[in-house]
Design a protein around this ligand. Structure first.
Ligand code: PLP
Length: 225
């Protein structure tokens, strides 16, 4: 089941790369496994998936323990509370949802020097929704500069979760705006655009996504208890 879905999504990603003149293989699939079990992750792993994304640190740590023998790259994509930064700094390879200097600094201080630098993306609230976390586009240049100077973390790019839209052109717009804002910074270290979910991955790939974060299309609908 997961195997079939994984192959369908990978085919869709490869097709979108061709359709939008992206380099073949330039878009990474991040399997978003929040609320799913270690068994679900293991199934996707057996089918070849290596990158997994989680939103809740306690839930993630439990699964990481169960899956200790697996060679998984773990991405954190959920809202970050200051008291959770240590767990993230110790147990993840990537954090996509950094939205303040304070959080970046804590991750930098708490990342063990024995580990490779923690890969960081800044989350940008590109649709300007009150309810969403993320910095504004105006804050991006200065925060990039400050975060890039911190040790033990490596600023890789941006993450966005735009307002859901049905229309393809409306889906593309916020990604295009953010892509252009990052391009203007002219920083070759910024190579990551964490854009796109199950409902808008084609639009995200059209506008430069290098990581698409897919949950529902891969694992089915989430059940919250
Ligand atoms: C849950 C989640 C996803 C996956 O969303 P789907 O619509 O299930 O593909 C992607 N990104 C973030 C930040 C999420 O919280």
């Amino acid at each position: 089941m997961v195997n079939n879905r994984l192959n369908l999504i990978l085919a869709q990603i490869r097709q979108a790369e061709v359709a939008y003149h992206r380099k073949p293989g330039s878009v990474l699939l991040l399997a978003v496994s929040k609320t799913k079990t270690a068994k679900d992750i293991a199934e996707a792993y057996q089918a070849g998936q290596r990158h997994f994304g989680e939103n809740y640190s306690q839930e993630a740590l439990k699964k990481q323990q169960e899956l200790g023998a697996y060679d998984i790259t773990w991405h954190f994509i959920g809202p970050i509370q200051s008291n959770k930064t240590k767990a993230l700094a110790l147990h993840f390879d990537w954090v996509h949802s950094v939205d303040s200097f304070k959080i970046a600094k804590r991750l930098s201080e708490q990342r063990p020097v024995s580990l490779p630098p923690l890969n960081i993306c800044l989350q940008v609230n590109i649709s300007g929704e009150q309810s969403k976390s993320g910095i504004t586009l105006n804050e991006l240049p200065q925060l990039c500069e400050l975060v890039a100077a911190l040790p033990n973390i490596k600023l890789r790019g941006v993450m966005a979760v735009p307002m859901p839209e049905e229309d393809f052109d409306l889906q593309r717009q916020p990604y295009k705006t953010l892509y252009e804002a990052v391009a203007k910074l002219n920083n070759p270290e910024l190579d990551t655009y964490s854009f796109g979910m199950s409902g808008d991955l084609n639009a995200a790939i059209a506008e430069g996504a290098t990581i698409v974060r897919i949950g529902t299309a891969l694992f089915g609908a989430r059940e919250y208890t």
